[in-house]
Write a protein that binds this ligand. Sequence first.
Ligand code: IMP
Ligand code: MG
Length: 183
Amino acid sequence: MTVPVTDPRLKGRELKRVALSEEQIATRVRELGREITAAYPDGDLLVLGLLKGSFIFLADLVREIERPLHVDFLVASSYGDATVSSGHVKLVYDPNTTLEGKHILLVEDIVDSGRTLQKLMTLLGERKPRSLEICALLHKHIATELHHPVRFTGFDAPNEFLVGYGLDHAEDFRHVPYVASLA
Ligand code: IMP
Ligand code: MG
């Protein structure tokens, strides 16, 4: 299905096809909420959304998790620069609250190479959380650099560039309520 160019959100651009409809996303997010609720019978749960891509998914997801929790965010900036051999991920915004002894659920929009998540998992793991897991809306299953399983996955994603429901292309399309492939 081709997204009508008449969708006023698209800046006159046509997207190739809708990969996930609003209804498909809503159904799966409800299921994920149930899975997460069941997975954490006790203890403090801190849901950490990785900005900006996770903002819509996170907002929908936490409303489907039927247990007490806190929400915070992470803003990571990566030095993709070849001159920086370590390729560090720096936290531009880091939650004030302690992670020690808490269940930490890191929420990401999409796992691509897995590089960002791998670095964050190492960094957050050093803070002695009780548990540390990943929840991703989309997983391309091409991640060679991620050495942690993605505990909660919304959908297996095609190896295409996807936009909408938080995902952007040059900051466009984040507010599109479905997920579509760009070209
Ligand atoms: P990774 O470190 O290569 O796994 O990249 C993860 C980040 O790249 C995601 O959080 C997204 O912000 C971005 N990204 C990767 N693939 C896509 C895509 O298909 N559409 C939009 N953003 C993407
Ligand atoms: Mg992005």
